[in-house]
Design a protein around this ligand. Structure first.
Ligand code: XIL
Length: 451
């Protein structure tokens, strides 16, 4: 286990370095950065990301495994995912994520057991007595928490129970069972897995306000009644430049109640297209959220809600907004990535260079003997009329086929030049080519140069 992690991390170091620079580049290539999970561990924190199970191969899987020490299934453990028809269960994606986490020495945050959203139609469309509803909820919790007993560090047992003014949200559960559903759900979850930490999770509770104060009062009263509650999750779906000034104070007041705090769904959205000033503001925002958590001993985990802009819920949910995560769509770390690193004590990081063309290499899928790769050449503040991308395969990989470029391989040296129709890369534009290749043993991402 130890050695496989070491080699995974070595692979990541290569991946972070796998951006070639060309043209008016004023920046210098970065030294391989310490993985965020290691920086977090040195501060006694866990750093997580929400994930999509089907994407956990290639570069997405490499980054997930090497940079993060926890994963949260973005959707796979929600009721509609695990029991789409009554009594008919589908654990495929949830199992896959839990297995991935175990293989990469990561925690899993289970998300989520009791919520008003993403419930199956058979449940929401049914008409139930309160006794039936209570039985359904208990059995859902028994089944799901029981299945993963011992493998889930923390459960978001109850999600989003409050309105903005601090009153209880009217939901299937609240309206059918009364507010006691929260204590019941926690008690049932504790019975099903006594070792899991049990959380209540909500949004717009990051700063001190009416909603977070209602949550505070609830947690206080649950503790007084001896209900098993271990933590509070602050989702932190934030808007650029709007990190609440009372974030750390709010985390501290929950900690002082004797519960842990986690930032469970961090993202910072902005209006598209993103410019460099906005990305710099986003770096500051990520940094201040992580720093607030780092400053409070009982703030145990910061989880980003998707680590790459290509796997974020924001564009689909907030039209016109996006770019909300620490990596761009091609898995290149954005300034926000360095904001997280800086807040965790990572030294010597500088923002990515501007005024350059770069080439980014990603493994988009991988199987036993082969893989598909992609290289994207992007220009910002510069342009190209032709290009050539070079790299060295140190682990015996061999290109078998390429498209949208002419690739030659001689020994370990690979060189790919533009096709007749895609040599030109305008300022602000990009060109992509792809290839298939063989591999065995390991498939580290090479450093690429653009010339
Ligand atoms: C989101 C997922 O990311 C989307 O893929 C899905 O379509 C909707 O739900 N608060 C939560 C998360 O607790 O479960 C939500 O996740 C985002 C808001």
């Amino acid at each position: 286990m130890r050695s496989s992690r070491t080699s995974l991390r070595a692979g990541l170091a290569a991946l972070v370095a796998a951006v070639g620079l060309f043209a008016a580049g004023t920046g210098t290539a970065r030294a391989a950065d310490t993985p965020l999970r290691d920086l977090a561990a040195a501060k006694g924190k866990v750093l997580g990301t929400a994930v999509t199970g089907s994407k956990l191969t290639g570069t997405y899987g490499d980054i997930t495994g090497t940079q993060f020490s926890a994963v949260t299934p973005g959707n796979a453990m929600k009721w509609e995912s695990v029991e789409p028809a009554r009594g008919s269960f589908n654990w495929t994606e949830a199992d896959q994520i839990v297995a991935f986490a175990q293989a990469h020495d990561q925690q899993v945050r289970g998300h989520t057991l009791v919520w008003h959203s993403q419930n199956p139609g058979w449940l929401t469309d049914g008409s139930w007595t309160s006794a039936q509803l209570s039985d359904l909820l208990r059995s859902h919790i028994d089944t799901e928490v029981g299945r993963y007993k011992g493998r889930i560090a923390a459960w978001d047992v109850v999600n989003e129970p409050f309105n903005e003014d601090g009153t209880y949200r009217s939901t299937l559960w609240h309206d059918g069972l009364g507010p006691g559903y929260i204590a019941d759900a926690l008690t049932w979850a504790h019975a099903a897995d006594p070792d899991a930490d049990l959380y209540i999770n909500d949004y717009n509770v990051e700063g001190v306000n009416a909603k977070s104060t209602a949550l505070y009062n609830l947690v206080k009263s649950l503790k007084q009644q001896g209900v098993p509650i271990d933590g509070v999750g602050l989702q932190a779906h934030l808007i650029l430049g709007q990190v609440p000034s009372t974030l750390q104070q709010n985390i501290q007041r929950f900690a002082d109640l004797g519960v842990d705090v986690a930032i469970t769904e961090l993202d910072v959205r902005m209006q598209l297209p993103a410019d460099s000033a906005e990305l710099a503001q986003q770096e500051a925002d990520f940094k201040s959220v992580v720093a607030a958590c780092a400053a409070v001993a009982r703030c145990v985990n910061v989880t980003v809600w998707g680590f790459t802009d290509s796997d974020s819920w924001v564009p689909g949910t907030f039209p016109g907004y996006g770019a909300a995560t620490p990596y761009d769509e091609d898995y290149r770390p954005k300034p926000a990535y360095y904001g997280i690193a800086e807040a965790l004590g990572g030294g010597g990081t500088t923002p990515p260079p501007t005024g350059a063309c770069t080439a980014a290499y990603t493994v988009t899928s991988q199987w036993n003997t082969g893989f598909t790769g992609q290289v994207r050449i992007s220009c910002s503040g510069a342009s190209l009329s032709s290009w050539k991308v070079n790299w060295t395969y140190g682990a015996g990989q061999r290109i078998t086929q390429a498209w949208n470029a002419t690739c030659t391989q001689s020994g370990t040296a690979v060189s790919c030049a533009n096709a007749s129709y895609n040599g030109s890369v305008p300022d602000g534009g990009s060109v992509t080519f792809g290839f298939n290749a063989s591999w065995s043993g390991t498939n580290p991402v090479p450093a690429v140069t653009l010339g």
